[in-house]
Design a protein around this ligand. Structure first.
Ligand SMILES: Nc1ncnc2c1ncn2[C@@H]1O[C@H](COP(=O)(O)OP(=O)(O)OP(=O)(O)O)[C@@H](O)[C@H]1O
Ligand SMILES: CC(C)(CO)[C@@H](O)C(=O)NCCC(=O)O
Ligand SMILES: [K+]
Length: 331
């Protein structure tokens, strides 16, 4: 299995190889936000480089309207954080975790980075003063009610399907699927199949002409457990985290019976789609993303080791897609 190192590693601000180089790109700091059905996915870009990526819960509407009313970033920080520096330190420390303590972390990170870069002298002349304003936000969302809230952010650009150069898409096609496929294809080449193990499990494929072949949508792992727990009279709610290893296929208690049913059919389904994909495109590539990707890959590896060596695992596919689009916009 390939877990590409390129850009995928979250780095801390202190590890910049060359601050002076980065100071040159200070006007080009931007945030990528993907609004999924379970949570928010953030990327902090410096120019074309993804500096770091992390997930947060949805932000309350009140906080987003505060962002909209702020005239400057300092203004904004004052509104939200009585003691921004302290919070900032803490946020910094925890930014590798999936759920940082502060949902305002993205904005804080940008400001922190700007402060760092402002203090760097770029020879021969010092860099001009940097305007302090909320960083540009490139947004892709599959949750319309959340999109509406974020449209109040001062410097936001919402990516729509017609900005993704993928051919042959249909009107209701999800922007996350389009961006992930575009990002994967542009990075590793077409034909490409993207498997997104998120709230929903999706398969999305394009041929060598960068034209949508099509795909499939089904309930993701979490949803499968949740619906069984919620829509039945006597089945318990089984959490994904309860499943430390593959359960016995023929189980002798309820929890394991649910685990077995969900996970073995999930994996068999994925294997079947992969085989169908390779029948269509023997040289076709496959990339996997989504919150359940690691679990999925581990179990696929245990059951079908030969197949997994050819899979690309990359959590940030959507950000690669967004980067392609933002680069195209600037050209
Ligand atoms: N900290 C977490 N919070 C929520 N889900 C998590 C977390 N860690 C892993 N997951 C898993 O991630 C899955 C959701 O994936 P992801 O975060 O990619 O969803 P999403 O982007 O909201 O969904 P989608 O892209 O399908 O709309 C859940 O099934 C869950 O098991
Ligand atoms: C399938 C999901 C929920 C996956 O996040 C999203 O891409 C979406 O809402 N899509 C719209 C329907 C479609 O892609 O055909
Ligand atoms: K829906």
């Amino acid at each position: 299995m390939l877990e590409p190192q390129r850009h995928t590693q979250a780095t801390t601000l202190g590890w910049f190889p060359d601050l002076k180089q980065l100071a040159l790109h200070i006007d080009n700091i931007w945030l990528a936000l993907e609004i999924g059905n379970s949570r928010l996915h953030w990327g902090l870009f410096i120019g074309e480089t993804l500096h770091s990526a992390w997930d947060t819960e949805y932000l309350p509407k009140s906080v987003i309207s505060q962002l909209a009313q702020s005239q400057t970033l300092d203004d904004l920080l004052l509104q939200i954080f009585p003691t921004p520096n302290k919070t900032d330190e803490k946020a910094q420390h925890q930014k590798h975790t999936s759920f940082p303590p502060s949902p305002h972390l993205p904005i804080l990170l940008c400001e922190r980075l700007r402060q760092r870069l402002r203090s760097v002298q770029v020879s021969p002349s010092p860099h001009p003063p940097i305007p302090s304003s909320p960083p540009p936000l490139l947004l892709a969302s599959v949750v319309p009610s959340q999109t509406a809230i974020w449209e109040t952010y001062p410097n936001v650009q919402v990516i729509t399907l017609n900005e993704v150069p993928l051919k042959g898409v249909y009107p209701t096609f999800g922007i996350d699927r389009a961006l992930a496929l575009w990002g994967a294809g542009k990075t590793w080449g077409f034909p490409m199949l993207v498997i997104d193990a998120g709230t929903a499990l999706t398969f999305t494929a394009a041929d060598a002409n960068q034209c949508l072949v099509g795909g499939a949508i089904l309930p993701g792992l979490g949803l499968q457990f949740a619906t069984l727990g919620q829509k039945t009279g006597q089945l318990p709610l089984v959490e994904i985290s309860q499943m430390a290893s593959l359960p016995p296929r023929f189980a002798l208690n309820t929890t394991q019976a649910i685990q077995s049913g969900v996970i073995y059919t999930f994996l068999a389904g994925i294997k079947d789609f992969i085989q169908a994909w390779w029948n269509l495109f023997p040289q076709g590539k496959i990339a996997i993303k989504g919150g359940d990707r690691t679990l999925l890959i581990n179990y696929l590896q245990a059951l079908y080791p030969d197949m997994t060596t050819q899979l690309i695992v990359e959590p940030n596919l959507i950000f690669w897609g967004m980067k392609e689009i933002s680069m195209a916009n600037y050209k």
